[in-house]
Design a protein around this ligand. Structure first.
Ligand code: SF4
Length: 242
């Protein structure tokens, strides 16, 4: 089957381990208040078959070495889990790793489970600590996210949890303590990473004629991010990679 892809980024150093070939799939069920990729929300995009995608990826294989590989991101890549599952078969034949960068907002159907369980790493967003704030700031509840985290734990899938820290919304130690409740007892989680809110995607809202609810919010000061990262690291159970 074909997948619908918004864009590619070769040699991305941030979305997973090692050097990555990032594939941004189109479509997202959430509407996060801080989204910097609103242009991925719609399901439209370039159509690719798994074979066509493999052809693009294979050119970068020499650069992946031991830890690198493909990262499926978005949008929400697991909306197209059946397409990714077909790509995974081809990648495995070529010994190429892949990571999944997901909001965890999709249902755990068979294709989603298959794609998660075989990933080298899953980068899972924990955007807010409770159902009410999830609904308020993303448009959907927390239930599927927590189910996804439980699934990753049960299946020992190496997991990196990520939270965007937004000035005035969750940039305090008190607020972040509430996130740790979900992570602290999870052995699959090898890192908890705080990402600073930034304004680099603001121009896309203007271009798309969308209302930007955070248009008056400043980027998070990196000193604040570093202080909060140290705080959460110090609170997490021994064994978490800091
Ligand atoms: S899940 Fe990602 S792409 Fe979707 S709205 Fe949230 S930040 Fe944007």
């Amino acid at each position: 089957m074909n997948g619908y892809i918004h864009s590619f980024e070769s040699m991305a150093a941030v979305d997973g381990e090692g050097l990555r070939y990032a594939v941004f799939l189109s479509g997202c069920p959430l509407r996060c208040i801080y989204c910097h990729n609103p242009d991925t929300w719609k399901g439209e995009g370039m159509a690719f078959s798994p074979e066509e995608l493999l052809k693009k990826v294979i050119a970068y294989k020499p650069y992946f070495k031991n830890n690198g590989g493909v990262t499926f991101s978005g949008g929400e890549p697991l909306l197209q889990a059946e397409f990714i599952a077909e790509c995974v078969e081809l990648l495995r034949e070529k010994n190429i790793n892949y990571a999944i960068d997901t909001s965890g907002a999709t249902e755990l159907n068979d294709a989603v489970k298959y794609v998660l369980i075989n990933a080298q790493t899953v980068l899972l967003d924990l955007k807010f600590p409770d159902n009410d704030s999830y609904i308020k700031y993303t448009g959907k509840g927390i239930e599927n996210v927590l189910k996804t985290l439980d699934f990753l734990e049960k299946n020992n899938v190496p997991t990196r949890i990520r939270t965007v820290v937004i000035p005035g919304i969750n940039d305090s130690e008190e607020k972040l303590l509430k996130y740790l409740v979900h992570i602290n007892n999870k052995e699959c989680v090898y890192r908890y990473e705080l990402l600073p809110f930034h304004t680099m995607g603001f121009f896309k809202y203007e271009k798309l004629g969308l209302d930007n609810p955070l248009k008056d919010t400043m980027p998070l000061d990196m000193n604040v991010r570093d202080r909060l990262q140290k705080f959460v690291n110090s609170k997490l159970a021994k064994g978490i990679d800091i």
